[in-house]
Design a protein around this ligand. Structure first.
Ligand code: SF4
Length: 85
């Protein structure tokens, strides 16, 4: 399970409220850079500038992006994605 106290410093942070639900996605240091999340939710996750981990670079803007973010979180092989909303 992802740990918000162990998240990468370069996640975008902040939060989003969609359909009355508040979410705040992040990637923690368990990330193994497999690119599953950036494939599932390319509008929200990408590789970091350092190119050694992925980050959440934008919180979801609508229901479709939210669905993709949850898909990324559920499919991350090391549970490095969390929702601190
Ligand atoms: S799916 Fe998980 S392990 Fe893979 S790049 Fe994304 S955060 Fe990292």
């Amino acid at each position: 399970m992802a740990d918000p106290s162990d998240q990468w410093h370069d996640n975008i942070g902040g939060d989003a409220t969609i359909g009355g639900k508040r979410v705040s996605f992040y990637v923690d240091r368990e990330c193994i850079l497999c690119s599953v999340c950036s494939d599932c939710a390319p509008k929200n996750f990408r590789m970091s500038e350092e190119e050694d981990h992925d980050i959440c670079f934008k919180q979801p803007a609508d229901a479709e992006e939210l669905r993709q973010c949850y898909e990324a979180m559920e499919n991350c092989p090391v549970e490095a994605i969390g929702d601190d909303g």
